[in-house]
Design a protein around this ligand. Structure first.
Ligand code: SAM
Length: 287
């Protein structure tokens, strides 16, 4: 069980810390929070310097008020990121959805059941759920799972987000364990499995040359917590995801994988079809 620092800036944030502890307990997340009140002013410079003081990611509850409470951020390697699902508002309404490549690749209907097997910050899950589908979100990292659960709890308090939030089901588990558990395979109704594994560290966009994928700081921040899969891991993941779909009630569906535009095929397997823009590619494996 790993312990992570939770820095906060105001004694009044105790209630929020208790909410986080309650989520950890309820979902049996294998992590402990060591809460510490930060004295003094917290400007952007100090925020980022904080990441140098700790060898691992740190959570920060600060006063960037969204809804009367502190905002929860992940601080790591001189980056500070928050989930901020509200910022996806424009992409989850019907006009915005039309241009989403992920939705074109996943081809969901309102009654679809989909697994986002690499949930991360949950942004792609929101896009998937915006189609009306039920989304099971798998996240192997307990700390990321906690951030997801806390954001779902926060957003569920906003009336116009409640329906979407109720379609998200967050589970802290490794995707491979989930796919190979007999009870998740037999008689399932999963039509789409989506994978967005970590990209190799050198595939991020170089700000000077403009080369690499435009994936931004959210993904860079994850590099301290998650690694790209090896080729054997890719092969296992793809094979087991395909096996889950092939045993659903219709024996039909697809696995969709996000890649940097120029990246080689996942698991060296050519897809049935691809959807791409100048930065990203979604490869679809039809069953
Ligand atoms: C590139 S990020 C995904 C970002 C996500 N699509 C989003 O929109 O925020 C990859 C995430 O998947 C998680 N992950 C990687 N391999 C996994 C696995 N085998 N099972 C579950 N989660 C995994 C990592 O911990 C990381 O949080």
């Amino acid at each position: 069980m790993k312990t992570f620092k939770l820095l906060y800036i105001d004694a009044a944030q105790q209630a929020q810390i208790e909410d986080l502890q309650a989520l950890i307990e309820h979902y049996k997340l294998p992590l402990k929070l060591d809460a510490e009140l930060l004295e003094g002013k917290l400007n952007q410079k100090r925020r980022l310097r904080l990441t140098d003081e700790y060898a691992q990611p740190v959570l920060l509850l600060d006063n960037k008020k969204l809804d009367d409470k502190g905002q929860l951020s992940l601080l790591t390697e001189r980056l500070s990121v928050a989930l901020e699902w509200d910022k996806l508002q424009r992409r989850v309404v019907s006009a915005g959805r039309k241009s989403e490549l992920l939705l074109q690749a996943a081809k969901l209907t309102a009654d679809s059941v989909v697994i986002d097997a690499t949930a991360g910050f949950g942004h792609d899950s929101l896009i998937l759920a915006s189609s009306g589908a039920q989304v099971t979100m798998l996240e192997q990292q307990p700390l990321m799972a906690l951030l997801l659960l806390a954001e779902q709890q926060r957003m569920s308090r906003q009336p116009n987000w409640q329906k979407l939030m109720s379609r998200l089901h967050i589970i802290n588990i490794d995707a491979l364990s989930y796919f190979t558990d007999e009870k998740n395979i037999t008689n399932n109704s999963v039509k789409v499995i989506y994978l967005d594994p970590m990209f190799p560290a050198d595939s991020y966009q170089d700000s000077k040359t403009g080369k690499g994928a435009k994936v931004g700081k959210h993904m860079q921040a994850l590099h301290q917590l998650a690694k790209p899969p090896s080729l054997p891991e890719e092969q296992q993941l793809l094979k087991s995801a395909q096996a889950v779909i092939s045993q659903n009630d219709t024996k039909m569906g697809r696995v969709v994988i996000k890649r940097p535009q120029q990246a080689p095929f996942f698991a060296q397997q050519p897809p049935s079809e691809s959807w791409s823009n100048e930065a990203l590619r979604f490869d679809g494996y039809f069953i």
